[in-house]
Design a protein around this ligand. Structure first.
Ligand SMILES: *Cc1c(COP(=O)(O)O)cnc(C)c1O
Length: 380
């Protein structure tokens, strides 16, 4: 049996329920709630990460007060001094979660303690003060309760939640800042990829890497995304949907996509994913898929996966399917792999679809929550 990761162990510790943490972030008055017509326009035409809700959660950290002024305030622009440290040195971390509406109208989220543990792992790496998991949970609960009308109910829709922290001290010297802001914003969202389980085409990049040994590849910080954007632009120009990055040390093994982990389904039914080497983001979706597949008796291995072995396996038929996964896009089949010297189709099959369906069934309360991953935010 696989040994749980540190994040999985931290996530499994008993957590306070929503009612126990509710009210930590104090709701401020709001005199400009979205009008009924704006609300209806947004909810009738859900995109991803475009429209935002009425409120946001916000707290500030200073050395003398720690995290304080925890509030739910009207969503809107921030005021930031042009010398604000994040604008110059990128001291920032973030998370991505979703709130789902179940059939009975109640609102839930998925493994929030995993994200709470992970934002603190990211914060430690970027010399940002940690946030208690109680405060983290409270920010989610208080924001979603204030914005409950924005949690959509159709299949495949959710309220996407984006917690983030950034250095707000006005200072150009290079050191960890002495002031930080923590916010959570929320976006009612439809499917991340418009075409649902439509396969995506990947460009395997041999020129650029998103992260290297000793860098920040295993934590969630904007800098990793910044380094993935030029390769993504170039891939898009060549007609590809996303980039598959190789490891920076040898340029031969699969790491991950710019924002999703990757899995290989073998013809013998076993499943592989790159091991967490320190350059790969430990996705909660990745962790969940590994755990439920293992519980079903599937042989799942976390190992070094060379690009060559994947190309050979596609050629011989040993590799049956490939997919990418993450909170935003859930599970997405990979339909093509290409680089300067190869261009191969990846078969799209049932296993990827099955995994997508199993995961979403748990998240939507349609399957038994045997791992205790669901967290109730609010009653109907
Ligand atoms: C967030 C992220 C993922 C997916 O993580 P989930 O917890 O499954 O959403 C994968 N790779 C990178 C680089 C990420 O930032």
């Amino acid at each position: 049996m696989r040994k749980p990761t540190e994040l999985e162990e931290l996530a499994a510790r008993p957590a306070p329920g929503a009612d126990e943490v509710a009210g930590t972030f104090v709701r401020e008055p709001h005199d400009q709630l979205a009008s009924e017509s704006d609300y209806e326009r947004v909810m009738a035409n859900l995109s991803f990460g475009v429209d935002f809700t009425d409120y946001m959660a916000h707290a500030t950290w200073t050395a003398d007060k720690g995290w304080h002024n925890k509030r739910i305030e009207p969503y809107g622009p921030l005021t930031l001094d042009p010398a604000g440290a994040v604008l110059h040195y990128g001291q920032e971390t973030f998370e991505g979660m979703k709130a789902y509406r179940h059939d009975d109208g109640s609102i839930w989220t998925f493994r929030p303690t995993y994200n709470a543990a992970r934002i603190n792992m990211s914060n430690r790496r970027l010399a940002i003060p940690e946030i208690s998991r109680e405060d983290y949970l409270a920010s989610i609960v208080d924001l979603v309760r204030a914005d409950a009308r924005w949690v959509p109910s159709d299949e495949g829709t959710s309220l996407y939640l984006r917690p983030f922290v950034f250095a707000s001290e006005s200072f150009l010297g290079v050191r960890a800042a002495s002031r930080y802001e923590y916010l959570v914003i929320a976006s009612p969202s439809g499917a991340y990829f418009k075409n649902g389980l439509q396969p995506i085409d990947l460009w395997v990049d041999r020129t650029y890497h998103r992260a290297g040994p000793g860098g920040m590849g295993d934590v969630k910080t904007g800098g990793n995304y910044a380094s993935s954007l030029l390769p993504k632009v170039r891939a898009a120009e060549a007609g590809f949907d996303e980039v598959l990055f190789l490891d920076a040390a040898t340029n031969t093994n699969l790491d991950e996509l710019g924002g999703m982990n990757v899995f290989v389904v073998m013809a013998d039914g076993s499943v592989k994913t790159p091991a967490l080497t320190g350059n790969i983001l430990p996705g909660g979706t990745r962790s969940s898929i590994i755990q439920f597949l293992e519980a079903e008796g599937v042989n799942v291995s976390e190992e070094t996966i060379s690009l060559q072995s994947v190309l050979d396996g596609l050629d011989s038929g040993d590799v049956a399917e490939m997919f990418a996964c993450g909170t935003a896009a859930v599970v997405t089949p990979i339909g093509r792999l290409a680089s300067e010297d190869f261009d191969v189709a990846v078969p799209v099959g049932e296993k990827t679809k099955q995994i997508y369906e199993e995961l979403t069934a748990i998240q939507l309360g349609h399957a038994e929550d045997r791992f205790g991953w669901l967290y109730k935010i609010a009653d109907a």
